[in-house]
Write a protein that binds this ligand. Sequence first.
Ligand SMILES: [Cu+2]
Length: 178
Amino acid sequence: MRRAILTAVALLLVVPGIGSAQDKAAKISSAMSAGPESVSKHAKVMDWDNTVLREGNNGFTCFPDRPDTPGNDPMCLDEAWLNWAHAWMTETEPSYDQVGIGYMLAGGTPSSNTDPYAEGPTPDNEWISEGGPHLMMLVPDPSTLSDMPTDPSNGGPWVMWRDTPYVHIMIPTPGHGM
Ligand SMILES: [Cu+2]
């Protein structure tokens, strides 16, 4: 009996630790799946609550799939994209001044092509229901993007969220349904 109690206590102490270690490993591998191995191998890995899951040294930060959004949407972002993401999440102006590269090679989440904060389709928000694998690019001067297509189904890169502070180039990669 005493042994059973000791075992139960030991399990109580140990199991949460195992659970979170597994959870952490799963989050790291989810985050790493967003980029090419050469990038994700040395990238910092961070959870959505800003917990650092692993340190890195190549200027990229990878995040796991966001459990609160549909689709598998982990991402690896460089400094310019981190600046952009922070601005988007806080609805402020981004201040990056260099070209940015973001990898979402494992897929994305459904979103509007025109409204950065849309949560579902409307008749005029160009809803993209299948967020497939893609690269994302930022340029320091978005006015240089004025001649690029904005149609997500044109078969190549397109400009998303034009005329907003969060304008960027979407580049479909293999497996993208568009
Ligand atoms: Cu993306």
